[in-house]
Design a binder for this molecule. Sequence first.
Ligand code: FAD
Length: 403
Amino acid sequence: MTRRRKRIVIVGTGVAGSIMADGLRKLENAEVICLERATTEDHAEAGTGLNVGPNAIKALTLYHPELARTLLAESLPWESWRIELTGGRELMHLPLREVADNPGVRIRWAMLYQLLRQPVRDCVRFGVEAAAVRYARAGETGPIVLETVDRDARTDKIDGIDLLVGGDGRYSKVRQAFWGAPKPTMIGVCIFRLLLNEARPDLVDDYGQWFNGPNRLLAFRVPGDSTYISGSFPIPLDSDVSDDIKNADSLRQLYTPPEGLSAKCAFLVDAICNNVAHIHWARLQEAPVEFCDRHGRILLLGDAAHPMVPTLGQGGTQAIEDACIALDELRRAFAAPGEADIAAALRRIEARRLPRVQFAAGFSRDATDTMLAGADPVTGTLAKTSPEFRAKLARLYRDVSAA
Ligand SMILES: Cc1cc2nc3c(=O)[nH]c(=O)nc-3n(C[C@H](O)[C@H](O)[C@H](O)COP(=O)(O)OP(=O)(O)OC[C@H]3O[C@@H](n4cnc5c(N)ncnc54)[C@H](O)[C@@H]3O)c2cc1C
């Protein structure tokens, strides 16, 4: 007797959703449909870069080696972490091999999305948004029903969904529909991002951070002769980012110490001041973790499951870990004899991911200490050279769950 194919709908093909789609579409007895609000051309985040942690590369190598190879081929290695003051004094230089089994990577968002989406484009409906989602009502084919809307306001309905994966990011519609909107905890820090179409590897190459008081610059070179620059500074807990600060003079003042900027930071600050109009602004925030519903039909991944602060570059990195572990468990469920027990697989995913994500989110929050109002970056950074901090970094970068 042939088994009925399980219908899996993935909402959002960002980091986690694309990896899930690529793994799940190869399963027998699974029909995979992906919805992506963005079109292939118009991703708002595509104008920046990111560093992906060594732990994500380790997880991909274990669970999706083909993608790990592609990612490594198209990116630059992230091998060291340097912290200085914006005047030039070095506070920390950590070769990542001392705390990780392999390097991480540096890449542009546009390239990352392209690499992740390319293999799955045939099963993605681009420009289509999940507008409403629910457990099936009387007369509907369940367990889950989803309504979509496209760019031309055409609507559609997908029913008979056995597994709904919410990979739809920080403002997840899937999460809101089943758990309500998460209440964010603000951290009191503004963070901005910029991709500069210029590289000066003699000044800025691998991952670096520069402090003037709690005001921090972060930058690294990415492929395509570009430099990713991020800046942060404290703001009142309950306020938006004031327009008064979004200009060249104010930003320059934030990062310039009495003794003047080092050559590296002069390059970064000039780039920021010349490109204020291209900056993406955000506020540091986090929200509680949710992975799956009690019926075992809905799985949240990445920012939808655990919006965390980006201080250690772990948001996208944990989204990759999530997808790897979820794939591992779902592959096992579909390979087992009889009907795939999706609910049991979701429980195992949560059991493997919850403690790990809570650790990564908590560690990221703690590491934000030097970016808070009144912080002293010198003592705060010295604490990051302690054996305790290094042991936690080693746990973060190495302890990827292997089964
Ligand atoms: C300032 C800043 C810097 C950061 N730097 C780093 C870094 O260096 N390294 C790192 O690892 N992480 C970093 N992050 C975090 C990272 O951006 C996120 O954690 C990561 O993108 C989450 O991946 P995801 O797959 O959960 O969601 P996303 O990658 O956000 O993907 C969600 C997808 O869902 C789609 N979508 C949303 N709603 C719908 C809908 N209703 N219907 C259909 N589609 C929908 C979106 O278009 C998008 O494609 C940073 C974040 C910030 C704010």
